[in-house]
Design a protein around this ligand. Sequence first.
Ligand code: HEM
Length: 395
Amino acid sequence: MQTTKATDLGDPDLYTTLDRHTRWRELAAEDAMVWSEPGSSPAGFWSVFSHRACAAVLAPSASFTSEYGMMIGFDRDHPDTSGGRMMVVSEQERHRRLRGLIGPLLSRGAARKLAERVRAEVHGVLDRVLDGEVCDVAAAIGPRVPAAVVCDILGVPAADQGMLIDLTNHAFGGEDELYDGMTPRQAHTEILVYFDELIAERREHPAEDLVGTLVRDGLETDDVLLNCDNVLIGGNETTRHAITGAVHALATVPGLLAELKDGSADTGTVVEEVLRWTSPAMHVLRVATGETTVNGRHLPPGTPVVAWLPAANRDPAEFDEPDAFRPGRKPNRHITFGHGVHHCLGSALARIELSVVLAALAERVSRVELVAEPAWLRAIVVQGYRELPVRFTGR
Ligand code: HEM
């Protein structure tokens, strides 16, 4: 284990090129523990990178909490105001109650029912772009599929879905471009205003969707809103980049598309490798609840520690040739969905979305050609694609 002092690891400029993987791999291989001075986070924070250390910090038995927030910028003295109310930043009884309420709506069974919706979305895009213009997957496919799925789960009526999907695409696009005169932040606020109206509607007319379920359980309007927002963000912000990354893999990994077409590659195994290789959730933060030890270092209560998930997912101690996309990689113990009690509640849904996207492309496309190298987001919460221009050739 090494302890190094470094620049502020919460600086998004560090992550806009693929050099980030080189740095992360080195830090994971050293099992490094790095202190970032106050800057992006008011009190500073420790970081861990190895698969072992990240899993240890997130383990159910670890002396850490999410209740002060789960992203860089929050700590015990600057807590997330959603703490104890929104599922991902709640613990114990409250967390169990919310997981019990929301879990069934995101379960594998629910996900299977949504598969046809995902298929229709992908085919709709392919109808427009196959054998045609250059397609920016990061805008045309990646965001559409999860936005449509989340609309269905929340209970957005069909007539409003087009508008909501456009707003969602814009809100989580990561760039400060304008859409309909709105910045991404304003688009997000617009969505919440819409949900507020939907909640009022569900109080009048009960339904079995997510909004209806939370309203029926007696949650205050603000808490329904916060937890709808949790599913909205969780469902959109990360999955869009995993889907875009799946197309990136089809364009760059020799033989992958052919193997999916002839069935020699198992779609489920490829999906796991897409998840490891893309690892869209970049970090999760925890705050120590008591005296604890991480990588041999004693930490007092209140210490913030960040686990860098893409670093753990390319830790050479856990994965052979970690930078290579290996379609048949097994075992594949990636922690793309986190680890422990907050393990992603939408993981079944994300897996189904990815497998349906891969199957639809394998069915209709014979070649995916990368037109230019991808452009990456300037962000610290997600590592993701700003642009991925490709050309699809039909079979
Ligand atoms: C939690 C990643 C897709 C909803 C998480 C966490 C991670 C994650 C790392 C744990 C956060 C923590 O420990 O603090 C991802 C990735 C996805 C994905 C990489 C896609 C590839 C989805 C989808 C949904 C969703 C599709 C819902 C539609 C949630 C929710 C939580 C969560 C509600 C909170 C769970 C809890 O606190 O118990 N996700 N997620 N996610 N995710 Fe996902």
